[in-house]
Design a protein around this ligand. Structure first.
Ligand SMILES: Nc1ncnc2c1ncn2[C@@H]1O[C@H](COP(=O)(O)OP(=O)(O)O)[C@@H](O)[C@H]1O
Ligand SMILES: [Mg+2]
Length: 288
């Protein structure tokens, strides 16, 4: 039922945007636990303001990210999507002159005051736009995080590497060449390896910042399908400039403009009956 609605919306959106629609794959409709109804917030931001020096990049942002759901952040370039994503695992701590007010919480605990940065980054993993495997073997890429956290036993590492590559839907492709350099893989394989590397330390939340925008359509489709599966075990928050992607894979969507959240809610509703005229214009492809 929901799938049909999404397919219709996706087709009409694709027509308006002059793009080819992909099939809408949604495991949530197959009864994924927690993907419907009132799930508890795994992460939340409340009254978040962020400045880069004098530049006010996020304005009074309040959002909840329900557990075991995929939340998409959409909006035109420069509206603060990456900034919000980075504030969730304190990547902005590294940016000089960056300052924030308001709260970010993980399981109800203040991510800036009650959780250590190291713990936060382990629990909230990130995958970037460009695949960035380390210049080492496929195995060592995935084992990197666990080794950093003190795992030394070979059998334990073998288990983590296999589990993570399986979870990233790339074990079958790579299992016979684990000792090969990761830089020899295709872009799409590299990105799934990076997802495996992020999963290896058993995070609870996965942040993805336009993680398919550098990939071909087939690799993009594989990662979208993977995201649909990842929500069973993780909470996923993804930035995408591709509205069809948000529609295909997310449970909830937040639309940003000029550092503010204009509208947020279940993805179907936001695309089919947006409340704010700016959201309506954006999802209709009239700007951005
Ligand atoms: N490190 C930084 N220093 C100064 N300004 C920044 C920095 N990072 C981002 N910005 C600015 O903040 C705004 C939001 O950026 P960003 O979050 O990257 O947007 P989006 O991901 O939506 O394209 C933009 O105007 C950008 O130029
Ligand atoms: Mg960005």
């Amino acid at each position: 039922m929901m799938t049909l609605l999404r397919e219709r919306v996706a087709c009409s959106l694709a027509e308006r945007l002059d793009q080819a629609p992909h099939p809408v794959a949604r495991s949530a409709d197959a009864g994924c636990p927690g993907s419907r109804g009132a799930a508890r917030a795994k992460m939340a931001v409340d009254g978040l303001d962020l400045w880069y020096g004098d530049y006010h990049a996020l304005r009074d942002v309040s959002l909840e990210f329900p557990e075991h759901q995929v939340t998409a952040l959409i909006g035109p370039s420069g509206c603060g999507k990456s900034t919000l994503l980075k504030s969730l695992n304190r990547m902005n701590d590294l940016v000089e002159g960056c300052r924030l007010e308001g709260t970010v919480s993980l399981d109800g605990h203040d991510a800036y005051r009650s959780v250590s940065v190291a713990d936060l980054r382990r629990r909230v993993g990130m995958v970037f736009q460009q695949p960035n495997p380390f210049p080492m073997s496929i195995y060592d890429n995935v084992a990197f995080g666990p080794r950093t956290h003190g795992v030394r036993r070979r059998d334990e590492l073998d288990e983590v590497v296999e589990r993570s590559l399986r979870a990233a839907a790339i074990w079958d492709e790579l299992k016979d060449r684990l000792k090969k350099n990761a830089l020899g893989l295709s872009g799409g394989q590299q990105q799934r390896l990076c997802i495996a590397r992020a999963l290896a330390v058993r995070p609870e939340v996965l942040l993805m910042d336009e993680s398919t925008s550098a990939l071909d359509p087939l690799s993009t489709a594989k990662i979208e399908e993977l995201v649909g599966e990842l929500r069973r075990d993780y909470t996923v928050i993804m930035v995408t400039h591709n509205m069809l992607q948000a529609l295909r894979v997310s449970d909830r969507t937040a639309f940003f403009l000029g550092g503010e959240v204009v509208e947020a809610g279940p993805t179907d509703g936001l695309f089919t009956s947006p409340v704010d005229p700016r959201t309506a214009d954006y999802v209709a492809g009239r700007f951005g």
